[in-house]
Write a protein that binds this ligand. Structure first.
Ligand code: NAD
Length: 351
């Protein structure tokens, strides 16, 4: 097991990579604990949950809403949860976001922790203290910055995860290599088959490196005023695609993959990234069974970008790559972005 400590101004958390769900009780405080999980995780893993009350939520991005939080507040009251109660989220990114948000707001905030059960949540969603829900068509519009006490990343839980969900996690791992660590990017290139086969040592290294990179960034800029924005690489268009495709199946990881390919292409057009590196990025994502193109109306994508909470009047902070392993943020006019999106999406292989 490897541990990463995330230290921020008011507190922090410990992330245990390689620890198991079976051992979670030793991290829990000696007071009332309530678990929040989703239907799928509950079905598979309930027998190894600690013996405490469980609140079960449905699955899917559509349930990441205030209505679900309201249901949870109601259950917490029924279970007589007070300010000393500890809330444990066991699940993927959606469970972590909802658990973190409800715990941080119930009675003005109670302590919470996560057992992270998807690759995406282990390498990203459960780390860093951003907890929020969607509001109407706005993604993660309502939320808080609040660190969990601990996060357990149990690699063995990934064995029951559908293959596409595993690939979704790879999108965020590739992102971490692209923005901060060329050696990580090369390691993934050399270990695609082992990664897809969930080789324990390879996955443990990928999760640990991702958590380490994210922790270093969060420690410098917890509230996303500066370098934490780098973590949004591929996400401006990714979130827009997720919204545009609300009626079809386009997961967060898949949308981020397409968003990263587009952001790499825009970086190449601006004279930063070489043709060869652009191709390497595309090929690695494809090798990890992630999509690199998507049939969408550019006008709808831009409409969705305009609803991004990071937009500032007619500009948005967009993350570009200077090279593999080095990213930067630049305020970009929405008119320029619209032109770039239109020209990229009008290329035949994007239709
Ligand atoms: P998810 O939570 O929906 O999980 C995907 C599916 O896998 C669900 O159906 C779930 O029930 C199932 N599942 C979970 N663990 C399983 C297991 N071990 N075995 C079998 N099935 C399992 O999706 P996700 O990809 O983990 O998270 C996506 C969400 O995370 C999005 O809402 C995104 O916005 C959010 N996110 C948040 C942050 C953040 O910093 N807060 C960062 C990245 C993503």
């Amino acid at each position: 097991m490897k541990t990463v400590h995330v230290k921020v101004k008011h507190g922090g958390s410990s992330v245990y990579v390689g620890e198991t769900l079976q051992q979670v009780s030793q991290y829990l405080p000696r007071r009332k604990v309530i678990i929040i999980t989703d239907e799928t995780v509950e079905k598979i893993y309930r027998p190894v949950f600690p013996d405490v009350p469980v609140i079960i939520i449905p699955t899917g991005e559509g349930i990441k809403t205030l209505a679900t939080c309201k249901m949870i507040y109601q259950k917490l009251i029924e279970f007589s949860a007070d300010r000393n109660t500890f809330i444990l989220g066991i699940g993927g990114g959606i469970v972590c976001d909802i658990t973190g948000f409800t715990a941080s707001t119930y009675m003005r905030g109670v302590k919470f922790g996560f057992v992270s059960t998807t690759l995406l949540s282990q390498v990203d969603a459960s780390v860093g203290g951003k907890n929020g829900v969607n509001f109407n068509s706005y993604k993660n519009m309502v939320g808080v910055f609040c660190q969990p006490e601990f996060v357990i990343c149990d690699i063995s839980l990934l064995n029951t995860l559908p293959a596409q969900e595993v690939s979704n996690g790879f999108a965020e791992i590739v992102k971490h290599g692209l923005i901060a660590d060329p050696a990580l990017f090369e390691f993934i290139e050399s270990n695609v088959d082992k990664a897809l086969g969930l080789d324990f040592d390879v996955i443990e290294k990928l999760v640990y490196d991702s958590v380490r990179i994210k922790a270093e960034i969060v420690e410098k800029d917890e509230k996303e005023a500066d370098i934490r924005r780098l973590l949004n690489f591929g996400h401006t268009l990714g979130h827009a695609l997720e919204k545009t495709a609300a009626d079809k199946h386009l997961s967060h990881g898949m949308a981020v993959s397409i968003g990263m390919v587009a952001a790499s292409e825009f970086s190449r057009q601006r004279g930063f990234l070489t043709d060869q590196d652009c191709l390497r990025i595309r090929e690695l994502l494809q090798g990890l069974h992630l999509p690199v193109t998507y049939d969408a109306d550019p006008a709808r994508i831009i409409e969705a970008v305009k609803k991004d909470k990071k937009r500032d009047a007619d500009t948005i902070c967009f993350v570009f790559l200077e090279q593999i392993g080095k990213a930067f943020v630049e305020k970009t006019g929405l008119t320029r972005l619209e032109k770039d999106v239109r020209s990229l999406w009008e290329k035949t292989d994007h239709l």
